[in-house]
Design a protein around this ligand. Sequence first.
Ligand SMILES: NC(=O)C1=CN([C@@H]2O[C@H](COP(=O)(O)OP(=O)(O)OC[C@H]3O[C@@H](n4cnc5c(N)ncnc54)[C@H](OP(=O)(O)O)[C@@H]3O)[C@@H](O)[C@H]2O)C=CC1
Ligand SMILES: O=C(O)[C@H](O)COP(=O)(O)O
Length: 484
Amino acid sequence: MKAELIANTYQLLLNGEWKETSSGKTIENLSPSDNMPVGAVQAMTENEVDLAVAGAKTAQKDWANRSFSERAELLYAWADQLLKMKEEIAETIMKEVGKGYSSAEKEVVRTADFIKYTAEEGKRIHGELINGGNFNAGSANKLAMVQRKPFGVVLAISPFNYPVNLSASKIAPALIAGNAVVFKPATQGAISGTLMIKALDKAGLPAGLVNLVTGKGSEIGDHLTTHPSINMINFTGGTETGEAISRKASMIPVILELGGKDPAIVLNDANFEKAAEDIVAGAFSYSGQRCTAIKRVLVMDEVADALVDKLKEKVNALKVGAPEDNAVVTPLINGKAADVVQQLVDDAVVKGATALTEIKRAGNLVYPVLLDNVTVDMEVAWKEPFGPVLPVIRVKNIEEAVTIANESEYGLQASIFTKSVEQAIHISNELETGTVQINGKTERGPDHFPFLGVKGSGLGVQGIRNSIESATREKVIVLNMNQG
Ligand SMILES: NC(=O)C1=CN([C@@H]2O[C@H](COP(=O)(O)OP(=O)(O)OC[C@H]3O[C@@H](n4cnc5c(N)ncnc54)[C@H](OP(=O)(O)O)[C@@H]3O)[C@@H](O)[C@H]2O)C=CC1
Ligand SMILES: O=C(O)[C@H](O)COP(=O)(O)O
């Protein structure tokens, strides 16, 4: 008989049982917006991590033998349960990570859609037959049957900013592909992650197939990522953490979705109204706490004034305040995050940037900052603020814009605003990023598009089909015909 979740102290899910950690320790999460307790999660021990990995390894054997359509049934049921818990989960996301309620609700719906699409796409995954005669030195008597096989146990580590979507987008593709999952949510975000797993459990999750591991990354992270029975890691989070994981993980595939410094390049012939609208939405939604946020504007000198006027008008119109009121700019995840933004702004202003909005902070709440005349000697031109600040760098020409864009250590996405599609495609080809958006803001979705970062922004490709393929390896069986 499974124990029910205790109100406000959330249990871990280990091999089919909701329970408390033997460490007796919990971690309390306070809301970033009002500092009120949201609840507490279990601080698991290394021994419990071992049990979670071992249990997943055992459960995976039976799961891998089920057909894609049987596995899809679990995912459909999971999506249904998530939608049934939509309000509860959205409210928890809102409180736990300070996201506006309607954005939190959209995250839950988007996640249910993601899971359903994953189930459908999984059913379309099939192997390949290759005839040996297609190669000069080969023989038509050889036939390769190429199948897709799961890796085994996938370790899914997610960040705070989309505690449900960026968790399910790792778990669902891994499951449909026949893997088991050990899921380690971000500590601030772990309650939302727990509710999402509760929905999966209600959907009929086989014991051990997904084990929920809570605890601080700094305490149990290395034990998890170097565990000999983990067969693949799918991580989203900061570049520093991701790079460290990729160095430690030995001889297993690693997918990394890391930070970004996405530029919006605005050419002379752009529609400034549309560009400003997209740039402000791209830069400030969820207070800029998105890897894909627009994090700098590179605008041609001749038209900079026209664009900046519109940016200023729109930034001043942003709703700032509480997540309960659906504000766009809400308190950042913690005080340290607000300090980082403040330090970047201060550095820029000291070095001569023009602040076009009032620089104001109340605890974690950083009011939106628009900085004009930013130059490349300022930290804000290069560092990821993960907060509500938008630097505008005025450039002489397209070549300078491309050079500054590419000098970044990151390479997630970029936007180009222009009426000339040819020009946009030419520039797109020059940019060292995973994706370029022409006349639109940088963003991950729709979630079935391939999503990847280059350089310090990541490794591997996500996007539903890509994520399923990334959670599998090829297995080749060669049939040698007419032998003897
Ligand atoms: N490219 C992309 O798609 C995305 C990138 N990001 C990036 O993520 C960052 C913000 O997210 P944030 O949650 O603060 O990122 P962090 O890197 O701080 O944390 C991400 C996850 O890693 C865990 N972790 C921490 N240390 C270790 C360790 N040694 N071993 C294993 N896991 C560990 C964290 O656990 P714990 O919380 O317990 O510390 C958390 O679950 C930004 O840089 C942002 O750009 C965010 C979303 C999407
Ligand atoms: O973590 C992130 O920032 C997300 O992957 C971005 O998703 P979005 O572009 O849809 O907000």
